[in-house]
Design a protein around this ligand. Structure first.
Ligand SMILES: Cc1cc2nc3c(=O)[nH]c(=O)nc-3n(C[C@H](O)[C@H](O)[C@H](O)COP(=O)(O)OP(=O)(O)OC[C@H]3O[C@@H](n4cnc5c(N)ncnc54)[C@H](O)[C@@H]3O)c2cc1C
Length: 482
């Protein structure tokens, strides 16, 4: 492992900082509220210490990043893992989203996902921290997000990964066209992590974006949601969607979609019901506004319950340390996954992940969700109203039962030592709405960590790696590659 000693200094050239202001209000539509930067200042050039050197540096410590780091480390690489929050797990832990979907195909006959997702579920199951729903298209398992934080700590330690929590990636360091290091900030100050390979698992594609690689942000981003943990939810139960529909306007909460899940083995309920429209959470001001607006909506829900269900026993137990972000930037990669690839279950020679979760579009321009299934059916759903069912295509003889994610959709191409993993991957709206769930993103992390190791081991740039080799190593290590 790389030592933590300040063995080296990097000279960082001056950069221009755009100074931004904070939002004055947390209204629902924060998109238009961003103020123009009131000028720039010139940051003087300076040397910074090298905090660590590694074979592979993974930026972002959700399960995607953790699994990338563990895969590379178990194969023999020295790995540093950078996470800006105080624990690993990303949306699954710090945003409280405690549901993973099925590891089976759509007919629940064939296992299509395993690897570190299955391993983590097994470990949590031994702690009574998982409830499994076999045969559900909505849920594969519910888990205890805080138990997961501790489990991920254990897994990172066991793999010998060098972790940095409370450490935010700030800038890439490129010399002679080569990505040599990343600049991070933490309690020790500003420093560099030098590595031979980099995995961008920041969700927002921060590394790729700051390298100036081509990224794109859709006009209609799927909106972020502040989840919340509540006790006494059984005193409300099924009444909430109706209340929401009837009184949402009075409390200024937009009609979006409401779902939730008990924390296994407890009477604590995780509710995902808020919705901040028009926020791009890769913009600092809009992210700030979204956080505050999400919390305002939580209070509005509680006020609604106080007024209309005065005998409810609902008590706010915990708020997330970060709003749940569904979508921000995508990185332009060697291949963009299309809706047809997903809905027709296209097979790829370079497939590194399989998935069966339905297309699940959280609308920006109207309330509710549209689900599209691989069997040709679709459903439009919004709280308190009957589902609208239909078909997105005519019946065919044999429906696909799963889809795949190709390796190329993670490879931006310009830098030989860089790979993307997670929700920044290159996918159109429909494709992204299916692949974005965690059991799928986890696999992209495993593939990225494996590719980083193989590129290093074979002295081959990631963009020209033999994907068959990545697939065979993934399979040897427990992933399902079909
Ligand atoms: C409300 C909500 C409900 C959802 N429901 C489900 C569900 O039921 N099941 C499901 O499977 N999926 C669900 N999803 C989708 C899924 O959670 C996400 O698509 C998935 O977690 C994305 O994973 P990721 O690793 O790409 O990104 P993230 O989970 O966003 O992880 C990015 C990580 O990088 C870190 N990071 C970011 N920038 C930096 C930086 N500059 N420096 C250091 N660290 C950084 C972050 O702190 C975070 O840990 C939901 C999403 C939301 C928001």
């Amino acid at each position: 492992m790389s030592s933590n000693s300040r063995r080296d200094f990097l000279r960082i050239s001056a950069l221009e900082l755009a100074a931004g202001g904070f939002l004055a209000s947390g209204k629902v539509n924060v998109a238009g509220a961003s103020s123009a930067a009131p000028g720039t200042i010139h940051e003087p050039s300076r040397s910074v210490p090298v905090f660590a050197e590694a074979d592979v540096c993974v930026l972002g410590g959700s399960c995607t990043g953790v699994f990338a780091a563990i895969r590379a480390a178990r194969l023999g690489a020295e790995v540093v893992l950078i996470e800006k929050q105080n624990s690993f797990g990303g949306t699954a832990t710090n945003s409280m989203v405690n549901v993973w979907h099925s590891l089976m195909d759509t007919e629940f006959k064939r296992q299509i996902i395993a690897g570190l997702t299955l391993e983590t579920m097994e470990r949590l199951r031994r702690r009574g921290a998982v409830d499994v729903d076999r045969g559900s298209h909505s849920v594969g398992c519910g888990f205890n997000s805080d138990e997961m934080k501790i489990e991920l700590d254990e897994m990172v330690k066991e793999a010998g990964v060098k972790p940095y929590l409370h450490t935010v990636f700030s800038l890439p360091y490129v010399r002679d066209g080569q990505l040599e290091a990343v600049i991070v900030e933490n309690k020790s100050g500003r420093g560099a992590i030098k590595a031979k390979m980099f995995v961008d698992a920041t969700g927002d594609g921060d590394l790729c974006h700051r390298l100036g690689l081509e990224t794109y942000t859709r006009e209609h981003l799927q909106p972020p949601t502040t989840c919340v943990r509540l006790s006494g939810w059984d005193s409300i139960g099924g009444k909430f969607s109706k209340l929401f529909r009837e009184h949402g306007d009075e409390f200024d909460v937009p009609l979006g979609f409401v779902w939730g899940r008990n924390v296994p083995g407890s009477d604590v309920y995780m509710l995902a019901g808020t919705r901040v429209y028009g926020a791009d959470c890769s913009n600092a001001e809009q992210l700030t506004g979204a956080e505050m607006e999400g919390r305002r909506q939580v209070r509005a829900f509680l006020n609604m319950l106080r007024k209309y269900v005065p005998d409810s026993r609902v008590v706010l137990q915990a708020l997330p340390s970060q709003i749940g972000i569904r979508e921000t930037r995508h990185v332009k990669c060697q291949y963009q996954i299309t809706g047809d690839d997903i809905l027709y279950g296209r097979r790829f020679k370079d497939a590194i992940a399989n998935g069966s979760y339905r297309v699940d579009i959280h609308h920006q321009d109207k309330p509710g969700l549209t689900f599209k299934y691989l069997d040709g059916t679709q459903v439009y759903s919004r709280p308190g109203y009957p589902h609208v069912k239909g078909r997105w295509r005519e019946k065919i003889q044999t429906n696909p039962t799963f889809y795949q994610i190709p390796f190329r959709s993670l490879v931006p191409g310009k830098y030989g030592n860089l790979i993307a993993a997670g929700r920044m991957l290159d996918a159109d709206l429909v494709a992204f709405s299916a692949v974005r769930v965690m059991v799928n993103m986890n696999q992209t992390g495993e593939a990225a960590g494996t590719a980083a190791y193989l590129a290093l081991d074979g002295n081959t740039p990631i963009p020209t790696l033999n994907a068959a080799k990545v697939r065979s190593v993934l399979a040897e290590r427990g992933s399902v590659t079909i």
